[in-house]
Design a protein around this ligand. Structure first.
Ligand code: HSE
Length: 419
């Protein structure tokens, strides 16, 4: 199968992204797919069986292969593949945000030690070239904030609830059928996927290697029509927003939270599976990137771009990483003291934990539901969030300028429509 002029790629995985890469590569005569490694022998495939192998070593030890594309969903298996390739000084691109974000230090160290290359643009916001932008364009300029809608599936669901009023389950089933959702959609709707992506963004934008437990995270899985109607009555929409933001004290605030956004925000207009990333740079000012964040071809396109860049010798330089004299990565100080204003609706009010709220307004008209608007320090919220989640709560951040009184009034305004 070796062509005289072309480069040879070994692909791991032939799901939504693997198939997408294969499709877009049909546009490139200089890249040849050597073999595709898959796990399931029984699964019906769109290509004849001689294109596939079931043994990862058949690809990993094939010296005629110039580059690997790791596109499987299992993070443990993906790590084994990437680790072996990088330990042999090879070039590999990956779309596995969970695996990369949870093992970033090791993967960077392996590249430094053995000279291999790992690129993963497709892991963050599908077709939006955010990592390349952060690396190549904002490598020197200090950034104040990178935030946005980083998960296509949850944005698809939120858009459908808001615009079409279909049920949550139906919207999720659509997102799955369209190939947007992860194999385990809890990763999408629970905010984990956005957490993995904002972690990778924080590494490239701020030089921070983050542990998941350091990030305030809540998902959209408990949203109800009542919450959607409340946002509408306030003139806004709920979006799952991931944020990495340097506060005045130079500490990095990190969160993934359903957030009430208004028409003055670019995020208000990001619909369906699209993602939107807003970037605030010290000198360039504000920028906004929007594009398809999920789906077979948009993600395949991002992998293709990585494949081409890697073959041309491109590597990430992690320009914001700072090292001490012992060549250890300096940690970035994280924000704990700033204040969050949140809306909470729980269907298990009797189990609501006693949170150290700085301000609190409790309301609600349903017997088995309690709604509240409260302000709390980030540190306390992080501490009590697991207990709050136990009460099947929908949690959303609301901007500081929206008063609790406005929220209460809006909840009565929309009451009849959702009753
Ligand atoms: N499940 C992911 C999403 C796929 O919905 O955004 C793209 O990373």
């Amino acid at each position: 199968m070796k062509s005289k002029s072309g480069k040879r790629i070994g692909i791991f995985g032939f799901g939504c992204v693997g198939q997408g890469l294969h499709d877009v590569l049909q546009d490139n005569p200089h890249l040849n797919v050597a073999r595709i490694c898959v796990r399931d022998r029984e699964k019906l495939r769109t290509l004849p069986s001689h294109h596939f192998t079931y043994d990862p070593q058949e690809l990993l030890q094939d010296e005629s292969i110039d580059l690997f594309a790791e596109l499987i969903s299992d993070p443990e298996e993906a790590l084994l593949i990437v680790r072996q390739a990088l330990s042999a000084g090879k070039t590999i691109v990956s779309a596995n945000k969970k695996m990369i974000s949870e093992n970033l230090s090791e993967l960077v160290a392996l590249q430094q030690e053995f000279g291999g290359t790992l690129l993963y643009e497709a892991a963050v916001c599908g077709s939006i070239p955010i990592l390349r932008t952060l690396e190549a364009y904002y490598g020197n300029e200090p950034l104040q904030e990178v935030s946005g809608i980083l998960n296509g599936s949850s944005n698809y669901i939120l858009t459908k609830l808001d615009a079409e009023g279909i049920s949550y389950d139906e919207a999720l089933a659509q997102a799955q059928a369209l190939g947007f959702a992860e194999a385990d959609p809890t990763l999408d709707v629970g905010g984990y996927d956005a957490l993995h992506k904002i972690s990778l963004i924080a590494a490239h934008a701020f030089g921070a290697v983050i542990k998941p437990e350091q990030v305030v995270r809540a998902g959209i899985q408990h949203i109800s029509r009542r919450d959607v109607a409340l946002a509408q009555a306030l003139g806004g929409r709920i979006r799952l927003v991931a944020t990495a933001k340097l506060n005045q004290n130079n500490r990095l605030a990190l969160q993934v939270l359903p957030t009430l956004v208004f028409p003055d925000s670019e995020l208000y207009y990001v619909e369906a599976e699209f993602n939107g990333v807003q970037l605030q740079a010290r000198y360039a000012g504000d920028q906004f990137l929007k594009g398809r964040g999920a789906g077979s071809h948009p993600t395949g396109s991002a992998v293709w771009a990585d494949v081409s860049a890697a073959l041309a010798g491109y590597k990430y330089t992690y320009p914001k990483f700072r090292y001490n004299d012992e060549e250890q990565l300096k940690p970035v100080a994280l924000e704990e003291e700033d204040e969050l204003k949140v809306y909470v609706r729980t269907t298990m009010p009797e189990f609501l934990p006693e949170l150290p709220w700085r301000e609190l307004t409790v309301f609600g008209t349903e017997r088995r539901e309690t709604q509240l608007v409260g302000t709390i320090s980030r540190k306390d919220f992080l501490l009590y969030l697991p207990a709050l989640k136990q009460t099947i709560a929908f949690i959303a951040q609301i901007p500081a300028h929206v008063s609790a009184e406005q929220v209460v009034n809006a909840s009565y305004l929309k009451l009849e429509e959702v009753a």
